[in-house]
Design a protein around this ligand. Structure first.
Ligand SMILES: Nc1nc2c(ncn2[C@@H]2O[C@H](COP(=O)(O)OP(=O)(O)O)[C@@H](O)[C@H]2O)c(=O)[nH]1
Ligand SMILES: [Mg+2]
Length: 473
């Protein structure tokens, strides 16, 4: 039987289900699903698709076949909860959907750098005899937050001096970049006993942020700390963030090093109290999106760096320490934008992801790995390639699997061949890295039926949701 066998229900299951259902009858049921991933991983599109497809399913469309089957058609209604007095920024699923449905020259949602959320209410028929209790109402709270913030969890236990040493060493090991060089020159010119001075701290912080941004955007680097510098969630110029790694700094009274160490500590306290504990640690279900393909395309160095960042995020989420000690019961790592990869190569993509995360075996949470296209923009096809094999007199023609999609800004479908997908991370000297670097094409989203009210074409999203909700509905 497949992973959905839990829906069948053995005797023991039924007994425990009865317990659970009785509890549910008296309580307001709340389920928190948090979605994270580094910037560009696909969080906004994922949540938009999740909302659109659940709403469509609630309207009787079969927009999520695997989930629908798992639920046995028991989902009666899905509604967007009114925003009420929510203090957190609103995740504008309807606006994003309208924009995607409109097509146009810039259909994809704009980038965001903060936390946002919205809630759905699901009305679900109970199973078997329990149906007599009447349907359940589940409030599904969805939260989108930058994965960069997870990269800062390890800093919660590191002093300013430790952070400084590690961050400076990492900058030196990273590829050359003008902004990074500018920061390093600034740092070298700074005497160890520099006096505390706001202008210097602010200027240095801006240079450091520019270095991190350059390495991320132009070199594909990912393990950049503090991640909060890259996704400041509205705090960009707050004095709280006026610090930078200062490895040679001597923290004597009145010194720049001491002043920045105080800021760093205040920043950590704020992250803990305002982010980690109230939001990140309270999720029941966690999805981590990873642009695995983008990482492979960016070359060996960027791939290794992404892998290190991902491992760190996985560790932060799965080890029962710090803010996450009671955290998510289920964590799914998801290779996003899987519509860039032909079906036959998707299993390798999932294996590669699993090995990149390399999560600890024994954890508190159930783990799952999936390849998902939240909005499928391609179809599978083949392309004839001329390949010379050793011993051949002339190149032979071979069919290679590709995906067919319309690149953004064009009108004709074109084949895209992502090349081999290794199922284990290729080592530093692996011939795999001899291939040229490239960036993933951005595809034109498909026309959406009913302006998206009928859902969004997806790959693997239904399977993922069935796993996430397996024990809950
Ligand atoms: N083809 C395809 N592209 C996607 C998909 N999801 C995201 N993308 C692309 O990735 C970009 C970044 O996605 P977004 O959700 O904004 O990432 P975020 O920064 O994590 O919120 C989008 O603008 C799309 O171009 C998908 O399912 N299929
Ligand atoms: Mg986003």
């Amino acid at each position: 039987m497949d992973s959905l066998s839990a829906f069948g229900g053995t005797l023991r299951d039924t007994a425990s289900t009865a317990w659970r259902e009785t509890g549910r009858f008296f309580q307001e049921e709340r389920l928190r699903l948090a979605v994270t991933g580094l910037s560009g991983a696909g969080k906004t599109v994922f949540l938009t698709s999740l909302v659109a497809n659940l709403l469509a399913l609630g309207q009787g469309r079969n927009s999520l076949p695997v989930l629908n089957q798992a639920l046995g058609g028991r989902l009666r209604q899905v509604r967007l909860e009114p925003a009420g007095e929510q203090a957190m920024p609103w995740f504008d699923a309807t606006g994003n959907l309208a924009r995607l449905a409109e097509g146009g020259t810039a259909p994809w949602p704009q980038g965001t750098d903060a936390l946002s959320s919205l809630s759905l209410s699901l009305t679900i028929e109970r199973r078997g005899k329990l149906a007599l209790l009447g349907p359940r109402r589940v409030r599904l709270e969805l939260v989108d937050y930058p994965g960069e913030w997870l990269l800062d969890l390890p800093l919660m236990e590191k002093s300013f001096a430790e952070f400084s040493r590690e961050a400076a060493a990492r900058l030196q090991a990273a590829p050359a970049h003008p902004a990074s060089e500018a920061f390093q020159r600034f740092l070298m010119a700074l005497p160890a006993n520099a006096r505390a001075d706001d202008a210097t701290a602010r200027h240095g912080a801006a240079l450091y942020r520019a270095a991190l941004t350059g390495l991320r955007d132009e070199r594909g680097w990912r393990l950049l700390q503090p991640g909060h510098f890259l996704q400041p969630g509205g705090l960009t110029d707050a004095p709280l963030l006026w610090f930078f790694p200062f490895p040679q700094g001597r923290a004597t009274p009145g010194s720049l090093a001491a002043a920045m160490a105080r800021r760093y500590d205040a920043w950590r306290a704020r992250m803990r109290v305002e982010l980690f504990e109230p939001f990140l640690a309270r999720a029941d279900l966690q999805v981590v999106l990873v642009d695995v393909l983008g990482a492979i395309c960016a070359g060996q160095g960027a791939f290794e760096d992404t892998r290190a960042a991902l491992h760190l995020m996985g560790e932060a989420l799965t080890t029962a320490r710090g803010p996450f000690r009671n955290g998510p019961g289920r964590i799914a790592f998801v290779a996003s934008k899987a519509d860039h990869v032909p079906a036959i190569l998707r299993p390798a993509l999932v294996d590669l992801l699993r090995r990149m995360v390399a999560a600890p075996e024994r954890g508190r949470s159930a783990l799952h790995y999936e390849a998902v296209a939240a909005l499928r923009c391609t179809e599978d096809g083949t392309r004839t390639a001329r390949i010379s094999l050793p011993g051949d007199a002339a190149p032979r023609e071979m069919e290679r699997p590709v995906v067919l999609g319309v690149p953004l800004g064009e009108t004709q479908r074109r084949p895209f061949d992502p090349g081999t997908i290794p199922s284990t991370p290729p080592g530093r000297d692996d011939p795999f890295w001899a291939r040229p670097l490239f960036t993933l094409p951005v595809f034109q989203p498909p026309a959406l039926d009913g302006h998206g009210r009928d859902g969004m074409p997806q790959l693997g999203m239904d399977k993922l949701l069935a796993w996430l909700l397996e024990e809950e509905v």
